[in-house]
Design a protein around this ligand. Structure first.
Ligand code: FAD
Length: 494
């Protein structure tokens, strides 16, 4: 006999609700706990998962496997080619292991919910109990509603209700203990699993050797790294977060999104640890930096609530139905220039090159490039959303979709369509010394002063031209007018 925990995007031993419950059940029943992870190349393909993210998952699984083994808990990792085959395979494995109970944490995206529904059915048919619990978010979707009993579509009132809910139910932030050591017999019984190593990335998601090394260096994997990163941030930077978070050159944010995304760090752990360093021991109030940071982690919860409540956002539909009819440009040259960081707008190009190199981009820059794509270039925001997913190591459907919806004005709680970022002003405001631009756009390293924001037009033409830096591919003022017109027509307001 055995109890199974099915790992997904919760690749950690500590503070993991599903794993805790599975461990508890196994201890009670005096049977071993067996852990499972399924690699699904078809899901990676369907969701445009980046190779960097797959690599990060596999590296995190290695850490997890070692940690679990210290408690004599086996972690079995198998690649299942067809995603529809995943539930059947889990049930089959339960049969092999004699397991009568499977636990997991819920993922809220549509494909994942469908898979879990199918698994529920298969488990029922085979006399297996299946328990899926809320763990990915601090407050479960469905728990917060407006006075009229509706789901919030605006962040601020939702956030107030989120804070109140946690203050009223402090147990929401309580830590779940790690599972206990397995009975010794588990070593013998599951010897083959203990001996197996973590598989390599599937063919469709392989990194080059150079990329592997780069990402390993930039983003060390596993839960210990996650907590170390968070600790360092809480000790050294969080106090000044509110003042510094918008400056991409300041290196002032926690850089833990990759861990939240892979589940090597629970959002609950982050919020609890941040709250604990706040003098007031509250989520809001007290130190502004701490409260501000917690409210950013809350955005992650918010977008997951939106996704759970309006699942059609998973189906390439804008949250706001009336934005379905905007006529987009499908200019491949523009899209290509945007992807490669060759638009001739230094702040946009710096950001896109950071993304391509690190699998990561600073939040302010994500907003700038998303606005540039959807408003200046008037390209379909879904092209940008997809490209982000294909590059980001922290790619998360809800946050990415929410971020794109915000910037393209098609989403929940958007910026109004007539508020269009001016890339030049954004650049001058948030990268005043051009430090971020110089780091990523090598062609402009020797440009001095304000010309860094606009080399053609401010006297740095010679350097820019000599180094092959492109001239702006569009004129912002003209683009702005075009976007306003097109959005108006699309919305039937012209
Ligand atoms: P910090 O500033 O230290 O914030 C702490 C944590 O809060 C982050 O790790 C993250 O989990 C959460 N967070 C912060 N800002 C946001 C936000 N706006 N929305 C949701 N959660 C937030 N974040 C992702 O994790 N995955 C994505 O795929 C993603 N795509 C985005 C696309 C666009 C167009 C935009 C505008 C934002 C996107 N974000 C995404 C949100 C945000 O940019 C990143 O979470 C943040 O830059 C991560 O850096 P950090 O860990 O240093 O963040």
């Amino acid at each position: 006999d055995a109890v199974v925990h099915w790992f997904k995007r919760d690749l950690r031993m500590s503070d993991n609700k599903g794993l805790f419950l599975a461990g508890d059940k196994a201890r009670e029943a005096k049977v071993p706990l067996v852990c499972l992870f399924v690699v699904s190349p078809q899901d990676y393909e369907a969701h445009g998962t980046s190779a960097a993210r797959v690599d990060f998952e596999l590296r995190s699984l290695e850490v997890l496997k070692r940690d679990l083994a210290e408690r004599d808990i086996p972690l079995y990792v198998e690649t299942v080619e067809k995603r529809r085959g995943v539930p059947d395979r889990i049930v089959e494995l339960c049969g092999e292991w004699g397991a009568k109970h499977v636990f997991c944490n819920i993922e809220y995206e549509v494909d994942e919910l469908r898979r879990e529904t199918l698994l529920t059915k298969k488990c029922l048919e085979n006399g297996i109990d299946f328990t899926a619990v809320h763990d990915d978010v601090v407050v479960a979707p469905g728990r917060l509603s407006t006075g009229q009993g509706k789901q919030y579509a605006v962040y601020s009132p939702w956030y107030r209700s989120w804070v109140a809910s946690i203050h009223e139910n402090p147990d929401l932030l309580e830590e779940f203990e790690k599972p206990e050591k397995n009975p010794e017999s588990a070593r013998e019984k599951f010897k083959a699993i203990f001996d197996e190593s973590i598989p390599k990335a599937p063919e469709n998601k392989k990194l080059t050797r150079e990329e592997e090394k780069r990402f390993e260096h930039l983003w060390p994997a596993g839960e210990h790294e996650a907590v170390a990163r968070l600790d360092k941030f809480l000790n050294e930077k969080i106090g000044r977060y509110s003042d510094t978070r918008n400056y991409p050159a300041a290196n002032s944010t926690a850089m833990v999104s990759v861990h939240h995304s892979a589940g090597t760090l629970a959002a609950r752990t982050s919020v609890r640890m941040a709250r604990n360093v706040n003098r007031t021991k509250k989520l809001d109030g007290g130190n502004q930096g701490i409260a501000g940071w917690i409210s950013e982690v809350a955005w992650r919860d918010f977008y997951k609530h939106v996704l759970a409540h309006w699942p059609y956002v998973c189906m390439y539909k804008p949250f706001k139905y009336e934005y379905t009819n905007i006529e987009w440009e499908y200019n491949n040259d523009h899209f290509d220039a945007w992807c490669k960081g060759k638009t001739g707008f230094p702040i946009v190009d710096a950001a896109m090159r950071q993304l391509n190199h690190m699998g990561y981009m600073h939040n302010r820059c994500r907003m700038i490039v998303a606005s540039f794509l959807s408003k200046d270039l008037l390209l379909d925001w879904r092209m940008g959303e997809k490209y982000f997913m294909e590059q980001l190591i922290d790619g998360d459907f809800a946050s990415n979709n929410g971020g794109w919806g915000f910037s393209a004005s098609t989403g929940v709680d958007p910026q109004p369509y007539f508020r269009i970022f001016n890339p030049l002003l954004q650049s001058e405001k948030f990268d005043p010394d051009g430090e971020y631009i110089r780091k990523w756009v090598v062609e402009l390293r020797d440009v001095e002063g304000k010309a860094i924001h606009e080399p053609y037009g401010r006297g740095a033409e010679d350097i820019a031209r000599k180094n092959g830096y492109p001239e702006p591919i569009v004129n912002h003022k003209e683009c702005r007018d075009r976007a306003l017109e097109r959005y108006k027509v699309g919305l039937g307001r012209s």
